[in-house]
Design a protein around this ligand. Structure first.
Ligand code: SF4
Length: 501
C-alpha cells in the first residue's frame, strides 16, 4: 500500500483503553503504586491492526480527517504508531492529532503539578514525535501537520515546534482546510505555519464527512457546539449543529462493520440533542437512543450538563424513558462525564452564567445535587470534573465546593478536581514547581479522594468489567486502590502532625 498522507498519533491516543474509556484517565498521571509498564498497559493497551498496520479502532477526530482526505481523492490512511516507519520514507506528509499533546490539559497538568512527575501521556507523545522514523523522514522532506483540540499547546512549546519541524498547525475543525493543505503539499506549494479555522471554513453538517473505519470505543458524534457559553471553554465558539439520524446511523454501521458493538455517543451535552436552546426535548432523545441501541449492545454518553439532566427528567421524565430504552441484559449502567466546575454560586455566576439554565445560577449547587440524585436512581455513573485554583477564586468558593462534595456523597460517582494552571506558567520548563495548593484545596482533594475510593470500590464490585476477560484489569485496579488508600492514610497522618505544630 502506497500512501501520500499518513495520519497517526502516540499510543495513549491509539488505544481503546480495554474498551473502557474511563481507564484512559490513568494515562493523564504518572504510575502510582504499580510499575509504569503495568500502568501503561492498563491505560493504553496496543490496538489491533490489519496487515497494513491500520488500526481497527482509531481516534474519531483522526477518522474525520482521514475521511475528508479520502473523499477528496487522496491516498491517505491512519496508521498505528508501531507501523509508521513502513510508510514515512515515501509519504509526502504526516498528520498528527492529539487531545493533550504536552499534557497541559487540566487532568494531566493537575497530576503533574501535584506529583511533580511527568504523566504517562506526556512521555508517550514525546517518544512518538521524536522517534527516529519521523526525524529521518523529516530530513528527507516529509511535511508535518499537527491538529486536534490541543493544537494551542504547541504555541507554548516553540522548542518542540522547531525540534520536530512542524510545518503547519491547524487550529479548529479541520475537515475542510486539510483538503486544501493536502493539495498544496502535492503541488509543492509553501504551507502556512498556522491555520485558524474561521467560521467560513467550519464545515456545515452536510460537509462533515462520514468516518471510513472504526472509531475508538465506537465513539460517534451526534452534535457539535454548545449553547451555554462558559467563559473558560473554547467549544462555545463553535456553531451549534445537530447530526440528522440518518447520518448518525451511517457511522454506527461503519463501527458495527468493524466489529464494534459497544459505543460512546459524543457531544458536549447529550441531553441537548435536538433541544431548543438549553431546553431538552424528549422526542429527539428517544429517537436517538432507540437508533443507537439498535446497533450497540451498550452505550455511554461522552458529556452531559447537569441542568439538562435535571430539566429533562423533571419536565418530561426523559431520563426514565431513556433508561427504559438502554437498560437490558447487556447494559446495567451508563457512564458519562459531567462538568460540575464549582460549588460556589458566586463563582458560577462569574465564569458560567448559563451553566444552570433554565434554573437560576444561584441554585446551581441544588441543580448539581438534583442531577446527581436523578443519575444515581437511574444507574447513570458520572465522572464529575471541577476546576479549582482559578485566579479570582476565594477561599470561601473552595469551601462551598467542599460542601457540595459532601452533599454528593450519597450518589454513585467519581469526582475529578482539576487544577487551573495559568497559560504563562507553561513557558517555563519547570512550570509544575510553581503550582502550589492552598489549605482549602488540600482539604477538597482529601474529601474527593475518600468519595472516589468509596464509590470506585462499589462500581468495580457491582458494575464494572464483570466479564472474566477483565479479571487482570480489575485486579490491577483493586491493587491500585489499596496502594492509594495506604498512601493517603500516611499523608493524612503527616498532615495531622503538621497542623498540630
Ligand atoms: S457547558 Fe461545557 S461545553 Fe458548554 S460551554 Fe460550558 S464548559 Fe463548554
Amino acid at each position: 500500500m502506497q500512501l501520500d498522507f499518513v495520519l497517526s498519533t502516540d499510543r495513549c491516543m491509539m488505544t481503546n483503553h480495554h474498551g473502557k474509556e474511563f481507564l484512559g484517565f490513568l494515562a493523564t498521571g504518572p504510575a502510582v503504586g504499580i510499575p509504569e509498564s503495568v500502568w501503561k498497559w492498563l491505560a493504553c493497551p496496543k490496538m489491533e491492526v490489519d496487515e497494513y498496520g491500520r488500526p481497527v479502532q482509531a481516534p474519531y477526530g483522526l477518522r474525520k480527517v482521514e475521511a475528508a482526505l479520502i473523499d477528496a481523492g487522496f491516498k491517505a490512511a491512519i496508521i498505528d504508531p508501531d507501523y509508521i516507519d513502513r510508510y514515512l520514507p515515501t509519504a509526502k506528509a504526516l498528520f498528527v492529532s492529539h487531545h493533550d499533546y504536552f499534557a497541559f490539559g487540566p487532568p494531566s497538568s493537575t497530576w503533574w503539578g501535584i506529583t511533580k512527575k511527568e504523566p504517562i501521556n506526556y512521555k508517550s507523545f514525546m517518544k512518538f514525535i521524536t522517534s527516529p522514523a519521523i526525524a529521518q523522514a523529516k530530513a528527507k522532506g516529509l511535511k508535518i501537520l499537527a491538529g486536534g483540540p490541543s493544537t494551542w499547546q504547541w504555541l507554548w512549546r516553540e522548542d518542540m515546534l522547531e525540534k520536530v519541524g512542524v510545518d503547519t498547525l491547524v487550529d479548529g475543525e479541520g475537515e475542510k482546510v486539510v483538503v486544501d493543505l493536502a493539495q498544496k503539499i502535492l503541488d509543492g506549494e509553501e504551507l502556512p505555519k498556522y491555520v485558524y479555522v474561521s467560521d467560513d471554513d467550519t464545515p456545515s453538517v452536510d460537509e462533515i464527512p462520514i468516518i471510513k473505519g472504526g472509531s475508538v470505543n465506537g465513539l460517534i458524534e451526534v452534535m457539535r457546539g454548545c449553547p451555554r457559553h462558559c467563559k473558560f471553554c473554547s467549544v462555545t465558539l463553535r456553531s451549534l449543529r445537530y447530526y440528522p439520524l440518518d447520518k448518525i446511523e451511517k457511522e454506527l454501521q461503519v463501527n458495527v462493520r468493524a466489529g464494534i458493538r459497544h459505543g460512546v455517543i459524543h457531544s458536549e451535552d447529550i441531553p441537548l440533542y435536538g433541544a431548543i436552546g438549553v431546553l431538552p426535548r424528549p422526542e429527539p432523545l428517544i429517537k436517538l437512543h432507540t437508533l443507537v441501541k439498535k446497533y450497540y449492545k451498550t452505550i455511554a454518553w461522552s458529556h452531559a450538563s447537569l441542568a439538562a439532566v435535571r430539566y429533562a427528567e423533571e419536565k418530561y421524565g426523559a431520563i426514565s424513558k431513556i433508561s427504559e430504552i438502554i437498560f437490558d441484559d447487556e447494559q446495567k449502567y451508563l457512564g458519562v462525564e459531567v462538568g460540575i466546575e464549582t460549588g460556589s454560586p458566586r463563582l458560577a455566576r462569574e465564569i458560567m452564567p448559563a451553566k444552570s439554565s433554565p434554573y437560576k445560577i444561584d441554585e446551581y449547587p441544588e441543580t448539581v445535587e438534583e442531577a446527581f440524585k436523578i443519575m444515581h436512581e437511574h444507574h447513570i455513573i458520572p465522572a464529575g470534573t471541577m476546576i479549582v485554583g482559578l485566579p479570582d477564586e476565594t477561599e470561601d468558593d473552595v469551601y462551598k465546593t467542599i460542601e457540595l462534595v459532601d452533599n454528593l456523597r450519597p450518589y454513585r460517582s467519581i469526582l475529578v478536581p482539576m487544577f487551573f494552571v495559568p497559560m504563562g506558567y507553561f513557558k517555563n520548563k519547570d512550570w509544575f514547581t510553581q503550582v502550589k495548593l492552598k489549605e482549602a484545596h488540600i482539604e477538597l482533594y482529601r474529601r474527593v479522594f475518600w468519595h472516589d475510593v468509596y464509590w470506585a470500590e462499589d462500581i468495580i464490585d457491582r458494575f464494572y468489567m464483570k466479564s472474566p476477560i477483565y479479571y487482570p484489569v480489575r485486579l490491577a485496579l483493586k491493587l491500585f486502590l489499596r496502594a492509594a488508600k495506604k498512601k493517603m492514610k500516611e499523608i493524612e497522618a503527616h498532615l495531622e502532625q503538621y497542623l498540630k505544630k
